[in-house]
Ligand binder design. Structure first.
Ligand SMILES: [Zn+2]
Ligand SMILES: [Zn+2]
Length: 299
């Protein structure tokens, strides 16, 4: 909040505008009307006294300008730091879509992803045989700048103090390159939605002699054609011709593992009856099985 905002006038306001604005506000916030407005009244008076005096206003305007450009500078710097942090995070996160069958039985799965690795052409320096260095013109080679008495890292050269002429063409001077990786991973049986598989050393690295980060694979289960999964239980709706729904009639179908399940229609069945097949639902990674519930509806 600056004095112009306090008085509600633009920064190019005339002395007349300022006077008018002040009078209006002073009437409204006068402590004689309401004692609680005393602080506010003091503030608008302070703003008015500064802006109505040409000399004081000039100094204040200069200060304001410095303040704004400093703010812009800090914001730019923070953005650069965040960008760098994002680039430097070595762990890679992936989402892996699995069918219910794949999650139920586990097994091998091929995955593809990109990871950042040290550029083999320049060994991560960005400099190769045709490169040369030049002093950073923004910071004069110091790697930092002085702003309002503060030592601030140079964003232009990332504090290095120099820039590269003819940087390594393979990585553009960044020192790292993106690589396509194919891997076969082992999916444990009973893996579930939201589970995370960690592949140690499957992530990125930005320097030689540095360990790779990890690859974190988050599992998402695809919607199944016939089974609906709720926790460890599975639900199945069988639609059959009406004349086949009678006590003693036998139906068979395959479960997630491909095994045949046979059920027999009991007495007194209706559209809300759930037939339970114990232990033939989904399973967790510890080998505990849920149940399968079947609803039989006429087609
Ligand atoms: Zn390179
Ligand atoms: Zn610099």
């Amino acid at each position: 909040m600056n004095y112009y905002q306090i008085l509600g006038v633009p920064e190019n306001a005339t002395a007349e505008d300022i006077k008018r604005a002040y009078r209006k506000l002073a009437r409204k916030y006068h402590p004689d009307i309401n004692r609680e407005n005393e602080e506010h009244f003091k503030l608008i008076t302070e703003a008015y006294r500064t802006l109505i005096d040409p000399q004081k206003r000039k100094i204040y305007d200069r200060e304001l300008k410095n303040r704004d450009s400093f703010k812009e500078y800090i914001e730019g710097l923070l953005k650069a730091i965040l960008e760098k942090k994002r680039k430097n995070s070595k762990d890679i996160k992936l989402t892996l879509q699995l069918s219910l069958e794949e999650a139920f039985s586990g097994g091998k799965k091929d995955i593809r992803f990109k990871r950042e690795d040290v550029c083999p052409n320049c060994k991560g320096t960005g400099i190769y045989e045709k490169s040369s260095l030049r002093r950073c013109s923004v910071c004069g080679g110091k790697g930092y700048r002085i702003k309002l008495g503060l030592k601030i890292p140079c964003v232009s050269c990332e504090s290095k103090g120099f820039k590269i002429n003819n940087p390594c063409p393979k990585c553009g001077g960044y020192g790292t390159v993106k690589k396509d990786i194919r891997k076969t991973i082992e999916i444990p049986a009973g893996i579930d939605e939201g589970d995370i598989l960690v592949l140690k050393g499957g992530g990125s690295r930005y320097k030689e002699n540095e360990d790779y980060g990890d690859l974190l694979i988050k599992v998402k289960l695809k919607k199944h054609r016939v089974f609906v999964k709720k926790g460890l239980n599975l639900y199945l709706t069988l639609k059959v011709p009406r004349e086949e729904i009678y006590p003693g009639k036998i139906f068979s179908f395959k479960d997630l593992s491909g095994e045949i399940i046979t059920i027999k229609i009991p007495e007194n069945i209706d559209n809300s009856t759930l037939l339970k097949v114990k232990g033939r639902g989904f399973r967790n990674r510890e080998g505990k099985f849920g149940n399968l519930f079947i609803r039989i509806l006429p087609k």
